[in-house]
Ligand binder design. Structure first.
Ligand SMILES: [Zn+2]
Length: 285
């Protein structure tokens, strides 16, 4: 049998129900189709049947004495799994070794890749995903340090390839401070945001409550706001006097985290559905 005929037979045998964008789990819940679970030649069919590719970005970074080093990766993997199941996207493995800012890189436990290396690495990953046949790639971010390299990598791939659309969002941006304030979960002017703060700690607990140890951290002031609420980006080469987190972490809970994650997930799914529906919309400017 020639290689081609053997492959055709294999593909025909795989044309069965189940090779779709999502699969049913043992407990009846809908699970996403995962790229790494795809078997050999099945990949061609899986790509055709998936509406988009979803690439989560996490980190390995100190998040205070109370949170796991994989906090961002845990949150974004959990959200991406549900978003992929709901949008019939093919879920790629979370990228965990990423770029961390200098002020968290000084804490033992933070692993950081240089920003220029991260940009080139991510561009290669995105290029390879588009070579599979994907024309829509959704980069779902769980870590602030990925925003710069992420945008750089997307620009690089979009500049060199035809007919590819790449969307990048960060999960916490679906929880603006004003919205968080109306939910009244946390008594902070910024609604609980901040590295290792109550909002993020709750989101970690939503997925891995066993890894959150609130007894190991004391409450701290919320992060300073220099602009009255407008976003800004400040990076410092030293972290003197900063304990690696902020805010009233004692207000964190898994229950609040589940609510927070659900709101973010709903917002992300809505965005993705709109994006898929309105193919003609131009890129951001
Ligand atoms: Zn984080």
């Amino acid at each position: 049998m020639t290689e081609i005929r053997r492959r055709d037979l294999l593909l025909a045998g795989l044309a069965l129900p189940g090779i779709v964008g999502a699969v049913a789990g043992d407990d009846g819940s809908v699970k996403p189709r995962r790229f790494e679970d795809t078997v050999g030649f099945e990949v061609a069919d899986v790509v055709v049947r998936s509406r988009l590719a979803i690439l989560p970005l996490g980190s390995l970074e100190f998040h205070g004495p109370h949170n796991p080093l994989g906090s961002d990766s845990i949150i974004i993997s959990g959200i991406a799994e549900r978003v992929a199941a709901r949008t019939a996207g093919l879920l790629f493995p979370t990228i965990r070794f990423t770029q961390c800012p200098a002020h968290t890189a000084q804490f033992r436990g933070t692993l950081s890749v240089r920003p220029e290396v991260m940009t080139l690495y991510l561009a290669d990953v995105l290029r390879s995903i588009s070579h599979l046949g994907f024309r829509k790639i959704f980069v779902l971010n769980g870590h602030d340090g990925n925003i710069g390299p992420g945008r750089g990598a997307i620009a690089e791939v979009a500049n060199e390839m035809k007919d590819v659309a790449l969307l990048l969002v960060s999960w916490w941006e679906f929880l603006p401070g004003e919205m968080m304030k109306t939910l009244a979960m946390f008594h902070q002017a910024n609604g609980g945001h901040g590295h290792g703060g109550p909002l993020e700690t709750s989101a970690v607990a939503a997925f891995r409550a066993d890894l959150v140890h609130l007894d190991l951290a004391k409450d701290l002031p919320e992060p300073p706001d220099l602009s009255g609420g407008s976003p800004y980006f400040l990076e410092k080469s030293t972290a003197t006097g900063w304990p690696g987190y902020s805010g009233n972490v004692s207000e964190a809970s898994a229950e609040k985290g589940k609510e927070i994650v659900r709101i973010s997930e709903d917002g992300i799914v809505k965005l993705v559905e709109n994006w898929l529906k309105h193919d003609q919309v131009p890129g951001s400017w």
